[in-house]
Design a protein around this ligand. Structure first.
Ligand code: FES
Length: 106
């Protein structure tokens, strides 16, 4: 079973399963991972699904969409590795993906 690991701000790890085709935000919500709100339902319109991608997974998760870029520009916690998790569609190549959760969602 393919899994992704969310690491909370305080270092707690949540390894959860995913099905190919799901987006990362939905996987967090479906598995009760706290720290992801996903208020807009995945339209890149709220910014409350912010994560930072582990360095070794940057290439595999691709680049930001223009809408995602706009949302992240408004986030005071935005980092070079920041993504909106709703914009990361998961495939088999993402088995083992590691992302970090911010302390707060804005
Ligand atoms: S769920 Fe709203 S931007 Fe990702």
């Amino acid at each position: 079973m393919a899994t992704v690991t969310f690491i909370s701000f305080d270092g707690e790890k949540h390894e959860v399963p995913f099905v190919e085709g799901q987006n990362l935000m939905q996987v967090a919500i479906d598995n009760g991972v706290s720290g992801i709100d996903g208020d807009c339902g995945g339209d890149a319109a709220c910014g409350t699904c912010h994560v930072t991608v582990d360095q070794q997974w940057i290439a595999a998760t691709g680049s930001r969409t223009p809408a995602e870029e706009q949302m992240l520009e408004m986030n005071p916690d935005c980092q070079e590795t920041s993504r909106l998790s709703c914009q990361i569609a998961l495939g088999a190549e993402h088995d083992g993906l590691i992302v970090n959760l911010p302390e707060f969602q804005f």
